[in-house]
Design a protein around this ligand. Structure first.
Ligand code: GTP
Length: 297
């Protein structure tokens, strides 16, 4: 005979108060993304709208997460899990939410050489279901290089001044100038660059079949033009130097580029973005933020 197990969660609460969110944080679980299995951490919860109920049923949320192991992560699967959360808390909860944090590994080709390597993108999926329906947000972080346009202009001025000094009164030949341009004695100054980050909070529109994670990362990297690289030979490094020179960026420039590119994306209803240039000129960061919402038709 099964022993009687007291069920405290089902008792009436002595202190009656509805709660915004109750659940579990940091649950380890495997996901399937792009056909690959990857490790994730989940925060799963519901609102506790029945003020008189003592508690929610954590085990029901935990067990509902097992769906995520079996199928490709996408809007439909997230909806099923959140439907399970609410169905298993009928009468207790009206809102369910799920946050998944994981690293997406994407293979990226080198700029010139026939090489490739893996790049890690920290990602979060935030899903919420209530009377208004399902809301999905993708949070993506991507790293890129930013070369300061002010520093580049100041460096060019120094190079001009050195040119004037080195060839004062002379008529340098093509060969002289060519040699001078290839020397560190001629090119006396270089602009500073920094590893920079863009944090994107992307609200997905309803009705998408899949999570457009790769597409949105590609779009953001193309807009910036200087994404950090994986496998790099000298030819790739030279191409990267050219990309940096052709994409000089203050943090404001990077934020505007990303804003313009993301506002064109059909998959999005709204977004917020933050770019952080981890300055090498200063010990503090330069930061710009922007947000956008699709206008009602
Ligand atoms: N609600 C709640 N449960 C907690 C908490 N900390 C641990 N738990 C435990 O989570 C476990 C699972 O709770 P339930 O889902 O209600 O488990 P159960 O009663 O066996 O499952 P059901 O029959 O489906 O209700 C219980 O053993 C709780 O004690 C907490 O802070 N709140």
């Amino acid at each position: 005979m099964t022993a009687f197990l007291p069920d405290v969660a089902s008792q009436a609460a002595s202190d009656t108060l509805a709660l915004d969110w109750v659940g579990m944080q940091g649950i380890a679980l495997p996901l399937r993304l792009h056909g690959e299995r990857l490790g994730a951490l989940a925060d799963a919860g519901v609102s506790l709208d029945d003020a008189a109920a003592r508690g929610i049923h954590m085990s029901r949320l935990y067990l509902a997460l097992s769906r995520l192991e079996r199928a490709e992560l996408g809007p439909r699967l997230l909806r099923e899990v959140l439907d399970d959360f609410l169905a298993s808390h009928a009468g207790l909860s009206r809102r369910a939410s799920l946050r998944l944090a994981f690293d997406a590994l994407l293979e990226r080709p080198a700029l010139v050489s026939p090489l490739s390597g893996w790049k890690r993108y920290p990602c979060e999926v935030h899903a919420q279901l209530d009377e208004q329906g399902l809301r999905l947000e993708l949070r993506l972080r991507l790293a890129y290089s930013s070369t300061c346009p002010c520093s580049a202009a100041l460096a060019r001025q120094l190079i001009q001044q050195r040119f004037a000094a080195d060839f004062a009164g002379g008529e340098p030949s093509h060969r002289d100038v060519h040699t001078w341009l290839g020397s560190s004695a001629g090119i006396v100054a270089t602009p500073h660059s920094q590893r920079s980050f863009a944090d994107l909070r992307l609200h997905l529109r309803e009705g998408l079949d899949s999570l457009p994670l790769r597409e949105l990362l590609d779009c953001a990297e193309a807009a910036l033009g200087t994404a950090v690289q994986t496998a790099v030979k000298r030819a790739d490094e030279q191409a990267f130097a050219l990309a940096n020179g052709q994409n000089l960026m203050f943090c404001e420039d990077a934020a505007r580029r990303l804003h313009r590119a993301l506002a064109q994306r059909d998959e999005l209803d709204a977004f917020g973005l933050t770019v952080v240039h981890a300055e090498s000129l200063h010990a503090h960061d330069a930061v710009a933020r922007s947000q956008w919402r699709r206008e009602a038709p």
